[in-house]
Ligand binder design. Structure first.
Ligand code: ZN
Length: 160
């Protein structure tokens, strides 16, 4: 994806601009924009996912910065489990909970009582770390606990 295509996605998905506006702004023909729209389905889905999360709980954070930070992270800050490993755990029936939570990384505040609006305070955590950390432990306090959770989860995948 080049810079122009990235701008196209931002303008349409985040700023809600019409093709006419985007075409005029970027100097790109609308037919070409339609082609890009089709090409970047995965990226659009990722943006949509984060946009929903952002709108539901973090609208005080600038979405563009939030999206750039969150979409660049793919593992739990505490135990290091990767999103693809979580997917595998569920796919292989290694997870006991019948509840829906746990399938994706969640937004966590490293310093629990600090505002969500502080982007530097936000990381992604797996459900098990996030749930165990509650709003009691700081990131530094929780890191060694997360390491043990990570070992237990990876053991289920037999990668340890
Ligand atoms: Zn974790």
């Amino acid at each position: 994806m080049n810079e122009e295509q990235r701008r196209f996605l931002y303008l349409t998905m985040i700023e809600g601009k019409t093709y006419d506006d985007v075409s005029a702004t970027l100097g790109v023909h609308k037919a070409e924009l339609s082609r890009w729209w089709g090409m970047f389905g995965d990226e659009r889905e990722r943006m949509h996912h984060w946009r929903t999360k952002w709108r539901n709980s973090l609208p005080q954070v600038d979405f563009k910065s939030f999206y750039e930070k969150m979409s660049s992270i793919s593992s739990c800050y505490y135990c290091g489990i990767h999103a693809s490993e979580i997917e595998q755990l569920f796919a292989q029936g290694c997870i006991r909970t019948k509840r829906n939570r746990g399938r994706e990384l969640e937004v966590d505040r490293m310093i629990p009582n600090k505002d969500y609006a502080d982007l530097d305070n936000l990381v992604l955590a797996c459900y098990w770390c996030n749930n165990a950390k509650t709003d009691e432990f700081s990131a530094a306090e929780f890191k060694p606990i997360g390491a043990v959770i990570g070992q237990a989860l990876r053991k289920r995948l037999n990668v340890l």
